[in-house]
Design a protein around this ligand. Sequence first.
Ligand code: ADP
Length: 465
Amino acid sequence: MNGQWTGKELETFEVTNPATSECIASVPNGGALEAEQATDAAYEAFKTWSAYTAYERSEIIWKWHKLIDENKEELAKMMTMEQGKPLNEALGEISYANGFVAWYAEEGKRIYGETIPASVKNKRLFVQKQPVGVVAAITPWNFPAAMITRKIAPALAAGCTVVVKPAEQTPLTALKLAQLAEQAGFPNGVINVVTGDAQAIGQSWLEDKRVRKLTFTGSTEVGKLLMRGAADTVKKVSLELGGHAPVIVMEDADLEKAVNGVIASKFRNAGQTCVCSNRIYVHESIEQAFTSKLVEQTQQLRVGNGLEDGVDLGPLIDTAAISKVALQIEDAVNKGAKVQTGGKLIENLYFEPTVLTNVEDNMKCMMEETFGPVAPVTTFKTEEEAITRANDSDYGLAAYVFTENITRGIRITEVLEYGIIGLNDGLPSVPQSPFGGFKQSGLGREGGHHGIEEFLEVKYISLGL
Ligand code: ADP
């Protein structure tokens, strides 16, 4: 906060390793006071940081990028220990997270204005873009690095200063990123991280008029709460909320591509991403072939401590996550689903990767976000039926379509009510493209040139000659 490592006098809370349940660190349990102090610092720093040229800001952001890259092994190990994902995936996340830093270090130089033709001879009309001001970022535990850089790299490049509250489960990666930012030479107060009481910190930022923008990734429930809270001070809001991604596998799909895509999108991070496939619609004519391949590959996945070699799935984040997964499986089985593989808790927070068939639309797993390693498979007869069922959701984040007929593929993508579509692709997310949802999956976009607009105000200037 303001370039200082504060909070030593505060009470602390423990960070535990979900693979071992051991406490790995204690961090300060900040609250409303610390949130306000962070805002004070960010508000002061905005005056100078916003006046830097985009090129000056870019230079510091690039230094941060270099330091993140040099420290990627340490960051990845820390992430695996606090979050559970396999080390290779953690390394992949650091590189993805750093991709946003690189991309926005450059994109900040391309915040262009406009001139508009006037309708009278004695006027000239201009448009400028300016940073919105202090940005509050509240982030989840499933991507402890990428959810921070995807938000703050564009904010910083645009000239905003930030106050960040990482998830209570994963503050260490966030603090390490902040330490590297300090080394990179960001002026004091430009980046401030507050760990602690989510509600108290969130409330302070919601009520504070100086915080001009709130960017949040997390549950739809908390997102709605924050959106309501932001209304009193009419803050700009970006929300990346829950998802319930459908996968449509047409009869003309390349089965290998489809199964690989489902495995990648379903079991990455042990199923704990908001773009994980959650409902798999397979054309009835290929159900057998598809399911047997999916089951075979699912059975090859190794579950274990993410620090060990060859592990594909780590533990789930906590016991609530385990209960939710177990409950969804129980509900599906009670309503007639068949467990083709998996279905059970292994021990502690480790759950077997699971494939369910004979799944019906009235089962919980077809309506509620699973956030765990369960792949429910159902069949359809026609393209129209698949589209209708895929769109029948309050969520609209990611959807996947597998077909080798690209004309048909494009036709389907055009009517799917989702913000991100993987057409023969299980991993569509990249720094240069817009990420975000339709419907109750959120507001705004992160990534790409779209992502920086969220941190800019448009100023129109009419000049009378
Ligand atoms: P998840 O279910 O993935 O943990 P949450 O929406 O509960 O998702 O959490 C995402 C982020 O929002 C975390 O940083 C969490 O601490 C924070 N959070 C949770 N509740 C609130 C709240 N009432 N106000 C502000 N932040 C909150």
